[in-house]
Design a protein around this ligand. Structure first.
Ligand code: GLU
Length: 543
């Protein structure tokens, strides 16, 4: 068979050669050791949280080495594609502080970055494979393939187009011409020369050295619509876009033997691979894949719940690098980008998804922020997701910032907020719109509560600092039969009506409407004397 004739017959539309693209997309000029990575999603309209793992790994590897991190939209499967989804995806990642150096919106030298616009490129390389006798047209219909699969399943053997099951591998040119002129649809298949008895060693940078079986299946390179399968597109794109490190989900590991063969057939250097394990969640004692319907599976969840982007990224980093948490403890205020991310510290077995752990991480992240920063992020979130709250907290920014300042700074900052959604229940009582008497101290004589509060009002001075404030509370309580010292109280509970903690709870319930609140002295300073006294007065009426 003259393969050149076959190539011209199959690809009369293709006039360029691989050399043309090799010149158009030359090697990148980068620093020694700079890595080129990419995120290559199929835009289905749903941005899975698990996607953040390869994204963050790719982003860190590239940017830490002065390399390039780019986005490639893999939309060759028109059945899965959702209109506009790629722009939403870019926005979502931007929201989490992840920016692509090259993408469909800020095209770089290796454009186009959308696979559906690279059809001619794939076809050029496919034609080249035909010319070299490494690919051939296959006219087997979908029903033929279905029957083949059923037969192989019944025989319990590897499914696929190979060995004795191959029908179209050796058609002669006349037969091919005839089928084409009869309008029979066809796919282009790879002519594999692999042998399933051969094992090859391969080193994945995350999984380590593994042994895989050589590919012997004649996989599809081009579908009947002339568009490439993932495999051909991956090889051509990652080669021409000069990717050095392919970071992708481990579901692709099984296709690796084919990819190794394909890169070699195309004369391409194989990039380095990092296969990232699926994100799992606990399901009783078992582990399950985090599926689309699970809470927290979509990235939009984190945005609407009000997790700061920093918290989510920090959480993912704790899962990606085993030494991250130690680093964070030693460098509480350092920029996360200063963390020396390392492939060696990645676990080959993957991560367990845990919203509780994310919550803890997030509390720490928020507790380290300045009040100004919290204010900006909180109002930005509320503007979109809780408009009423936004109107209330942005009415007097200084007032809100003073509230957010409580317990901030110092070695042990308060950790009240996990998400921005937590802000309203935490600090709503400061604002008349949300203030209500929710909880009251139980088991005390109403008169005792009222007497303590009246006495406290007489002693109170807005300029008192916390220690003076508290000593006044002790003194007031003692005069009304409440022990100023918890230890003494415990030694003789019958001798007292209660203790200083109870007196504080009377004031707290009066001022905040609750039995838990941030530092009361600070709260009263922010509310002011008049409002504080007013609340105490109204509270007594509710007793
Ligand atoms: N489009 C493929 C996917 O979404 C990309 C895999 C890769 O990164 O190569 O799974």
């Amino acid at each position: 068979m003259n393969y050149n004739t076959l190539a011209e017959l199959l690809f009369p539309d293709v006039t360029k050669t691989p050399d043309y693209y090799e010149n158009l997309y030359p090697k990148r000029i980068l620093d020694e050791g700079a890595k080129v990575t990419r995120f290559a999603p199929s835009p289905t309209g749903f941005v899975h949280f698990g996607g953040l793992f390869p994204v963050l790994v790719g982003e860190r590897l590239a940017h830490q080495s002065n390399g390039v991190f780019y986005l490639r939209i893999e939309d060759t499967d028109s059945k899965r594609e959702v209109e506009g989804a790629e722009y939403d995806l870019i926005k979502v990642f931007e929201n989490f502080g992840i920016n692509f150096d090259e993408s469909i919106v800020n095209n770089g030298k290796y454009a186009p970055y959308r696979q559906s616009e690279r059809r001619e490129i794939y076809r050029t390389y496919a034609k080249e494979l035909v010319k070299q006798g490494k690919a051939y047209p296959c006219f087997c219909s979908e029903e033929d393939m279905l029957r083949l699969r059923e037969k192989q399943e019944a025989l319990k053997i590897t499914p696929g187009y190979y060995g004795e099951f191959v029908k179209c591998r050796n058609l002669d040119i006349e037969e091919i011409k005839e089928k084409i002129s009869d309008g029979i649809p066809y796919v282009l298949r790879f002519r594999s020369d692999g042998n399933p008895d051969n094992k090859i060693k391969f080193t994945d940078l995350v999984k380590g050295t593994i042994e895989v079986t050589e590919n012997h299946i004649d996989h599809v390179l081009l579908k009947s619509d002339g568009m490439p399968t993932y495999h051909l597109a991956h090889a051509v794109d990652d080669h021409l876009m000069r990717t050095t490190h392919v970071v992708r989900g481990e579901e692709w590991l099984s296709s690796l033997p084919y990819h190794i063969q394909l890169f070699s057939a195309l004369g391409f250097k194989l990039p380095k691979y990092l296969h990232i394990s699926q994100l799992m969640r606990k399901d009783g004692d078992a582990k399950k894949k985090l599926s689309k319907r699970d809470k927290g599976a979509g990235m939009s969840y984190y945005i609407s719940e009000g997790y700061p982007a920093e918290s989510v990224i920090e959480y993912v980093m704790t899962l990606l690098n085993s030494n991250f948490e130690d680093w964070r403890r030693a460098n509480p205020n350092a920029d996360i980008k200063d963390f020396p991310f390392s492939i060696k510290k990645m676990s080959a077995s993957g991560s367990l998804f845990d919203l509780i752990k994310l919550g803890d991480v997030s509390k720490n992240v928020i507790s380290r922020m300045t009040a100004e920063n919290v204010y900006n992020k909180l109002t930005e979130w509320a503007k979109e997701f809780d408009r009423d709250f936004y109107d209330v907290i942005s009415r007097d920014p200084d007032f809100t910032k003073a509230i957010l300042q409580i317990g901030r700074g110092g070695n042990k900052p308060r950790k009240d907020l996990e998400t921005w959604k937590d802000a309203k229940p935490y600090m709503g009582f400061f604002y008349p719109e949300y203030f209500k008497y929710e909880d009251k101290p139980e088991g005390f004589d109403k008169k005792d509560i009222a007497d303590c509060l009246d006495h406290f009002v007489r002693e109170f001075d807005i300029n008192d600092e916390q220690d003076v404030w508290f000593s006044k509370v002790k003194q007031v309580g003692e005069e009304h039969g409440f022990c100023p010292n918890i230890k003494d109280y415990k030694a003789d509970p019958e001798g007292w009506k209660g203790n200083v903690g109870d007196v504080s709870s009377f004031i707290r319930a009066a001022i905040t409407g609750k039995l838990n609140s941030p530092d009361l002295c600070a709260v009263m300073k922010i509310l002011g004397k008049e409002e504080s006294f007013n609340r105490i007065k109204k509270f007594k009426e509710t007793l």
